[in-house]
Design a protein around this ligand. Structure first.
Ligand code: SF4
Length: 366
């Protein structure tokens, strides 16, 4: 099966949110039913435009998919479910405050297999500071409620690196997030991007040294609790990796639909418009890029080396027709000698320390 005929994955973006978080850099808008309904209608048109047969995984993200009303939410679930292969992975992102019983029932009805809940912090004062409207107690209640439904796996998101956050605060957050007892945990360092409220108020960014020290605490704590770090920010136990996200990290192709979504189909990367008027007028795609061979190498390394298991040399050779070591011999030599890059007969991966300095290594290799 070549890449054109192989089943791909499908990402759907719902840009609406009930509140806007101060650090948020995603494509998002305040929820307004007047726009949400026509948006879902256009979204279905966009999905149809790809003449999708079947997909291996579906991921509905945002924004906040669970900000939609039940009618629009069901319309969307029903539509996309028809594309999923038997046994495929179907993820929906949810926020604590709008993950209602009726939404959970709809997710059961349409076979959603994976739920990803934005918990972000377990300190109520911190949640308030960053613009979230839930409390840790709300998160505990919602996660426990979700566990009574049919999900094969539940993820919770956590952010670290806030102003004034101490190592003790972080350890406390980890203890609380582990108490939620989910099979998957995603942990991200706070990034203060232009255009966000935090950027405008010059919110202090954590130093690189402190960030690295925090990351080591996270890695060690989660490993001690039986979670495998399979990607730099993603930890799972019982093998409950996100198959959809692995598609991105393996640099494989996927459809991306919705405001501001990006996709990668038949060797072309595209980005959708972030302008709601344009989207509602059916002008979905904003830019396209035919991926050159050199860029393809770059994307492949940027994504695959984020994973703890790296990639197989055979996969690299099958895709590019050249052995990884032959192509990058001189550039990788110093990192192989330092032990930061591990190259065996079969695989290529970064060591624990290599993953800590991944950006530097990639800068030198590509
Ligand atoms: S972080 Fe999530 S919930 Fe908050 S504004 Fe951004 S997309 Fe919405």
């Amino acid at each position: 099966m070549n890449s054109k005929t192989k089943n791909k994955s499908l990402y759907i973006h719902i840009p609406f949110c009930d509140h806007i978080c101060k650090y948020c850099d995603f494509t998002k808008l305040f929820y307004n039913e007047k726009f949400a309904k026509p948006y879902v209608k256009k979204l279905l048109e966009e999905i149809d435009s790809y003449h999708i047969n079947k997909v291996n995984t579906i991921y509905i993200g945002g924004g906040t998919p669970t900000s939609l009303n039940d009618e629009d939410f069901e319309t969307l679930l029903k539509k996309v479910k028809s594309f999923l292969i038997d046994g495929g992975e179907f993820t929906v992102e949810a926020n604590v405050e709008n993950l209602t019983d009726s939404k959970l029932v709809l997710m059961d009805k349409y076979g959603v297999t994976r739920l990803s809940i934005g918990v972000e912090s377990t300190q109520n004062s911190r949640l308030k500071e960053i613009g979230r409207s839930h409390t840790y107690e709300d998160a505990v209640r919602v996660v426990n409620k979700a566990k009574k439904h049919n999900f094969d796996s539940i993820n919770v998101d956590l952010i670290y690196g806030f102003d004034g956050q101490s190592e003790e605060d972080l350890k406390n957050d980890l203890k609380n997030i582990l108490a939620l007892d989910t099979d998957h945990i995603s942990i991200y360092s706070l990034i203060v991007s232009p255009g966000t409220v935090f950027y405008n108020v010059k919110y202090p960014v954590q130093s690189e040294d402190a960030s690295r020290a925090f990351y080591e605490i996270i890695l060690n704590t989660l490993r001690e609790h039986g979670y495998k770090r399979y990607e730099i920010s993603n930890f799972a136990r019982n093998g409950k990796y996100s198959k959809h996200n692995i598609v991105y990290w393996k640099d494989e192709e996927y459809y991306g639909c919705g405001l501001g979504a990006s996709g990668y189909i038949d060797g072309v990367r595209y980005e959708n418009t972030k302008n709601l008027d344009n989207y509602l007028n059916g002008e979905f795609i904003d830019s396209k890029e035919v991926v050159s061979k050199e860029k393809d190498f770059t994307y492949y390394l940027l994504t695959n080396l984020r994973m703890e298991d790296g990639f197989l040399r055979k996969d690299f050779k099958d895709r590019f027709g050249i052995d990884f070591v032959d192509k990058y011999k001189e550039k990788i030599a110093p990192f192989m000698s330092s032990g930061d890059l591990i190259v065996t007969e079969k695989e290529v991966k970064l060591s624990d320390n290599g993953l800590l300095i991944m950006d530097y290594i990639l800068l030198k290799i590509i």
